[in-house]
Design a protein around this ligand. Structure first.
Ligand code: PGA
Length: 261
């Protein structure tokens, strides 16, 4: 695991976009795992800018989103499929048939989850998985006590997640109480991953996930088991970390980061 600290949320998002561009340029048919949430909006904004200004090409890219609400139709303005269309897919040259978000209206959710895992495998697995983190430590909708080897499945949301996300709904009652999510085990199988966290409200959970014990109580702590995981944070989200001198030294001195400094 490497922790990269950037001065503010904007710089952190731009760095994540650059890391994606590097992989997409090296492999145009990249299998990209995507995340939703406020934090990702600026990453997607930067990718759109790079498509418009520099011709970044998504035509062969395949994507798999982490999660979706159970019970919301793809065209529901609160669905994650809608979020992805509005914040990214509608603005770049991606073939929508190559974009995958679990179907929250599937009649048989178990089958939907198994099919989602199969679709990822048929694409050869996820090359690069983007992740946010919830204030309860979730990645995707892997809420506390999600099994560290879990696969894509239906999951009950925690009160913390319901509070965090209900602000996007007209009334908290409209907020779905269940989601479909890739499992922690699914995420750990990605060839590389990047977790982006910004803002002071993420500082405490980032410290637990990065420097605390691996525990199913903090799903993101399982990323300590991932062979190629980068945690990108701004100063505010890094403020509770202990090892910041070392993390900054790595970014300033390791050759792999030279092109991003
Ligand atoms: P946020 O969500 O970017 O809106 O904070 C992140 C998450 O819950 O995974």
């Amino acid at each position: 695991m490497e922790v990269i600290i950037q001065k503010d949320a904007r710089s952190a998002a731009v760095l994540v976009a650059k890391l994606i561009v590097k992989e997409l340029t090296a492999k145009p048919a990249l299998v990209l795992g995507l995340a939703t949430g406020r934090t990702m909006e600026s990453v997607y904004g930067e990718l759109i800018r790079l498509y418009e200004d520099e011709g970044l090409d998504f035509s062969l890219c395949r994507t798999f989103n982490l999660d979706e609400y159970v019970g919301l139709a793809p065209d529901d303005p609160h669905s994650y499929r809608h979020f992805m269309n509005v914040h990214l897919f509608d603005h770049i040259n991606i073939d929508k048939r190559n974009t995958h978000v679990p179907n929250g209206l599937a009649g048989n959710l178990d089958r939907e989850c198994a099919d989602y895992e199969r679709a990822i495998a048929e694409c050869g697995g996820i090359d690069l998985q983007l992740l946010g983190i919830g204030t309860d430590g979730h990645i995707g909708f892997n809420e506390p006590l999600s099994a560290l080897r879990s696969r894509t499945r239906e999951k009950a949301l925690t009160p913390a997640t319901i509070i965090q996300n209900s602000k996007y709904f007209d009334s908290p009652d409209q907020m779905p109480k269940r989601g479909i999510t890739m499992g922690v085990g699914t995420i750990l199988e990605s060839r590389s991953c990047i977790l982006l966290a910004t803002g002071a409200d993420k500082a405490s959970i980032v410290a637990k996930a990065v420097e605390g014990p691996i525990t199913a109580m903090v799903s993101a702590s399982a990323l300590q088991l991932h062979p190629h995981c980068r945690i990108v944070v701004d100063e505010a989200a890094a403020s509770r970390l202990q090892g910041t001198d070392y993390y900054r030294w790595i970014f300033q001195n390791e050759p792999e980061w030279a092109e991003f400094r």
